[in-house]
Design a protein around this ligand. Structure first.
Ligand SMILES: [Zn+2]
Length: 227
């Protein structure tokens, strides 16, 4: 066993629970479909509430802040529950409504935790365990879809939906997935996980430093060509 295989053995996250067929959908509306190869990024959100996929699906398909007549189905493709469960909530081929013009090329993944206080100020951080699950899950998805770690972004980082230019400077529209979520740190940990998997497969021999440079990229390309 090499050191990467040892490290991989120590990473424990739960297996995903597939709820796609169980969640309620809108009676007559449908999302557009796409090929999986159209997905170019994973967008991280917060529900800003300790909620469940069922409650989010029920909210999304009724008249809401996104659509006057409700969305066709839940807007997130996956959710990470309060206890660190990973729920698959929508097929990746469905173009759901979570980031405006970025929807056709984005996958939405939501963290179930409360970031705002009673005054609506974004002040609370998610538990480290929840972030760890997010980072490993995003790493798995990146490996499957051929996305590099820099393709994991927060809702607030996307132009138009997360921020806009106002009088020559950047103005934030959203703080999602929560101000206390350090997205650079998330990406570094996604990269670390990917380096471990690439090493465990005998394709990477460098440091597990979360810096996805030429050596990591070369190993990743080899990994993808072997599939
Ligand atoms: Zn969001």
């Amino acid at each position: 066993m090499n050191k990467y295989q040892e490290a991989l053995g120590l990473i424990k996250i739960k297996a995903p629970i597939n709820l796609i067929e169980e969640l309620p959908r809108h009676p007559d509306k449908k999302y557009k479909n796409r090929k999986i190869s159209k997905i170019k990024r994973i967008v991280v959100h917060t529900t800003d509430w300790k909620t469940t996929p069922l409650r989010i699906a029920e909210y999304d398909i009724k008249p809401n802040h996104i659509s006057d007549s409700g969305c066709p189905a839940i807007t997130y493709h996956e959710m990470i529950g309060v206890e660190g469960d990973i729920f698959q909530t929508l097929d990746y081929t469905e173009v759901s409504w979570h980031v405006g013009m970025w929807n056709p090329s984005s996958l939405g993944i939501a963290l179930c935790y409360r970031c705002s206080n009673k005054k609506g100020e974004d002040v609370y951080a998610p538990k480290r365990a929840l972030l760890h699950t997010l980072e490993v899950r995003c790493g798995q998805i990146c490996l499957n879809l051929g996305l590099t770690p820099d393709k994991v972004v927060g809702h607030r980082e996307l132009k138009g939906t997360g921020w806009t230019m106002f009088k020559g400077s950047k103005r934030l529209r959203k703080t999602c997935p929560g101000k206390k979520v350090d997205l650079d740190k998330v990406r570094r940990n996604v990269a670390r996980f990917m380096q471990i998997v690439l090493g465990a497969n005998g394709l990477y021999t460098g440091k597990v430093d979360g810096l996805f440079g030429p050596k990591s990229n070369k190993a990743f390309q080899l990994y993808l060509s072997q599939e």
